[in-house]
Design a protein around this ligand. Structure first.
Ligand SMILES: Cc1ncc(COP(=O)(O)O)c(C=O)c1O
Length: 390
């Protein structure tokens, strides 16, 4: 009997090593990784320069404490702010912690304005994490069930619906912020109307609210820009990151700008591990390697190539509802639950995921080559065809 707590429905495979976009299991079988540990392994596996940078840092200093100055945090914060136009960064260890920081910050911002019970607008079908506050913010009953009482202070509206936000504004004077994913990841790779984020920005400016973007899944180059909201030409007040930032080393970040900057003062928030020298070196090296290797433009072009490839192969099939996404954040929505495809792909040496029951989700590493993308399309298309005929 396993002594690991039974919190995941795990697939019957364990991996021993990886290289680039490929993983090898303990029996020596090779798999193309089109999931990247759910948008984490930005640089693929065992990237030589990334490995070398981490080895050097481990030999110097893994951890000290936030009681002291941490130069690596300063360097990574400088780089993140230069890339995003944000002003300051709090480092955490995960996406839910980055969102916890954002939620706490929004509440403190509200109290600063004299609002005693600040509320945050959140979306249907959203996902923000598994801590109590972030699962309360999440728009998925399955994630919340059994953990009531939920954290209060969230007002839920449909995604991609500006009128619903305007209506909430008219009815609730305690709203202080909106927390939203620029593209919903767990919710099924849902891409809103191009003008949606601009509309939210306008409402937040009119109301004096914080626009808080959860870029935990969509950030770090995955959509072809550093951060998905940059496709809309807006600047948020708060942005959260994690997943791809450390290429597998746990790190999260909560960034602020404008009226959100300066909200937290010493003692308001903290973390023992958050932003330690190893994690920040992983973050900075990831960003530098993405930049040096032109991987943002690559993600955009390869994403188009993959979506076009699947559209050619599957687009006209009955049962395929939509092929969508941006850059290397890709969803293929079918007209029925398709979890069985994950096992079929695994048997065929391909790692994919299904989310929101009926959406095949592809989040390959940004180092995926065109040949590997072709292999992905050639392997997955017949599996989907067969599945839809069954
Ligand atoms: C958009 C988004 N926010 C937050 C999280 C939570 O991140 P973590 O699992 O690192 O806590 C996720 C994880 O899937 C996510 O996709």
């Amino acid at each position: 009997m396993s002594h690991v707590m039974n919190t995941y429905a795990r697939l019957p495979v364990a991996f021993e090593r990886g290289e680039g976009a490929w993983l090898w299991d303990t029996a020596g079988k090779r798999y193309l990784d089109a999931l990247s540990g759910i948008a984490v392994n930005t640089l693929g596996h065992a990237h030589p320069q990334f490995t070398a940078a981490l080895q050097t840092q481990i030999g110097k200093l893994i951890h000290c404490s936030n009681v002291y100055q941490v130069r690596e945090q300063e360097w990574l914060a400088d780089k993140l702010c230069a890339l995003s136009g944000m002003q300051e960064v709090f480092f955490s260890n995960s996406g839910c912690e980055a969102n916890e920081a954002a939620i706490k910050l929004a509440r403190m911002y509200g109290h600063g304005k004299g609002i005693e019970t600040p509320n945050i607008i959140v979306m249907e079908k959203s996902f923000h994490g598994r801590t109590l506050a972030t699962l309360s913010a999440t728009g998925n009953r399955k994630v919340q069930a059994g953990f009531e009482p939920l954290v209060k202070g969230f007002v839920r509206v449909p995604y991609d619906d500006l009128a619903a936000v305007e209506q909430a504004a008219a009815h609730n004077p305690s709203i202080v912020a909106i927390l939203v994913e620029p593209i919903q990841g767990e919710g099924g790779i849902r891409t809103p109307e191009p003008s949606y984020l601009q509309g939210l920005r306008r409402i937040c400016d009119q109301q004096g609210w914080l626009l808080m973007l959860d870029e935990v899944q969509s950030g770090i180059g995955r959509t072809g820009k550093w951060f998905a909201h940059q496709h809309s030409g807006i600047l948020p007040d708060v942005m959260t990151l994690a997943k791809g930032l450390g290429s597998g080393v746990p790190i999260g970040a909560c960034l602020t700008a404008g009226k959100a900057a300066g909200t937290f003062k010493p003692g308001n928030h903290g973390s023992t591990f958050g932003g330690n020298p190893l994690a920040c070196t992983a973050g900075l090296t990831t960003l530098n390697l993405l930049e040096q290797n032109g991987l943002l433009a690559h993600a955009e072009a390869l994403g188009n190539f993959i979506r076009e490839g699947f559209t050619r192969r599957l687009g006209k099939l009955a049962g395929v509802k939509q092929i969508r996404g941006q850059g290397l954040m890709i969803g293929i929505e079918l007209d029925k639950p398709c979890g069985a495809l994950v096992t079929a792909a695994l048997e065929n040496g391909l790692l994919i995921n299904v989310t929101a029951d009926s959406v095949v989700r592809l989040l390959p590493p940004l180092v995926l080559s065109e040949d590997e993308a072709r292999h992905l399309i050639d392997t997955l298309s017949p599996l989907i065809e067969t599945f839809l005929q069954s």
